[in-house]
Design a protein around this ligand. Structure first.
Ligand code: RIB
Length: 335
């Protein structure tokens, strides 16, 4: 395989001139650049990203950790990340953690050994965790997405889930519902906590009770929503509406309700959270709170690249605002 030295010999220039032409790292006259490019073409030269990264101390690669690929929420965020990386000339290495702490730490270590230029972390096991490997890479730029307090320095991009939970409950109240339950995500997670707090704020403002039988903590997964709804049914008295704190659990709830002959929305209204792509194709189409997932991904890449290029110094916290998406799973009821 041809090297820069072979090109230099054929073009009659120095190896460093060849490097500047190929890496576009310094001005070279058109005549010399043309000679070098002709020689490279003649020798079928294939640039080595590895060699370039060693020279410029950059790999043009970003590492990203997500909790899982089964929840479309992550796929839609990653779509924004991938497109932004492509547009800005960066590669992306994506790792799943499946909620496994050791797997998360091992993946971070591997990505840092591969000398990624920065990390995007959207994995729930991070909250409150001390990540020892960061001690060995104190200057690695890190952007955390979608989760709560971190024990290490990072920029944050997050959804305003407190406002989102409030919007969801407020819409059910404005639709005439007075008996409203909530199926939460794992309350050890910041986003799940504040979504639930937003629901409670709306209920308290309206002077509505929050019966414990209608509040079930679940796990943000379809099966979790299915089981949580069965638990609410076992209480013997159904509310007229449920705020389900993500669309995956809402799908589980709707399936469980269907199995029990409970009609959505005639017998029970449901509002979800995330507005994943399939929400509008469910039957009935899911009323939900839209998280700006694609924008979340874009903003994370933009912030990380600013950090990599040392264009920012202060810690950044970018908060994106959720919006209500009305579809057909909520019934308006008169007093
Ligand atoms: O990770 C599960 C959930 O957390 C997603 O559905 C999204 O709501 C995120 O905030």
């Amino acid at each position: 395989m041809a090297t820069m030295k072979d090109i230099a010999r054929l073009a009659g220039v120095s190896t460093s001139t060849v490097s500047h032409v190929i890496n576009k790292s310094r001005f070279v006259s058109e005549e010399i650049a043309a000679r070098v490019n002709r020689a490279a073409q003649e020798l079928n030269y294939a640039p080595s990203a590895l060699a370039r990264s060693l020279k410029v101390n950059r790999t043009q690669t970003i590492g990203m950790l997500v909790t899982t690929s089964t929840n479309p929420f992550f796929g839609e965020v990653v779509k924004g990340v991938e497109r932004s990386c492509y547009q800005k000339g960066y590669n992306l290495i994506l790792c799943n953690t499946e909620g496994d702490n050791e797997r998360m730490k091992a993946s971070i270590d591997t990505l840092l050994q591969k000398r990624v230029d920065g990390l995007l972390l959207m994995c729930s096991t991070l909250e409150g965790e001390r990540i020892e490997v960061f001690d060995r890479y104190p200057d690695i730029p890190v952007v955390v997405m979608d989760w709560g307090p971190m024990s290490f320095a990072s920029d944050k991009i997050q959804d305003n889930s407190y406002q989102g939970g409030y919007l969801a409950a407020q819409y059910l109240i404005q639709s005439g519902h007075r008996e409203i339950g909530c199926i939460t995500g794992p309350l050890v997670r910041h986003q799940a906590q504040i979504r639930y707090e937003g629901y409670k704020r709306a209920m308290n403002e309206a002077g509505l009770p929050i019966p414990p039988d209608w509040i079930v903590e679940s796990d943000f997964e379809c099966d979790g929503g299915y089981r949580a709804f069965q638990q609410i049914c076992a209480s013997g008295h159904l509310p007229t509406a449920l705020f389900v704190c993500n669309d995956m659990m809402a799908m589980g709830v709707i399936h469980a309700a269907h199995e029990q002959g409970i009609r959505i929305p005639d017998d029970l209204s449901i509002i979800g959270y995330d507005d994943i792509h399939i929400a509008k194709f469910m039957t009935p189409s899911l009323t939900t709170i839209h998280q700006p997932k694609y924008r979340l991904g874009q903003a994370a890449v933009e912030t990380l690249l600013k950090r990599i290029n040392k264009e920012i110094t202060d810690t950044q916290v970018v908060q994106l605002e959720p919006t209500l998406v009305k579809r057909r799973s909520v019934k308006e009821i008169s007093e």
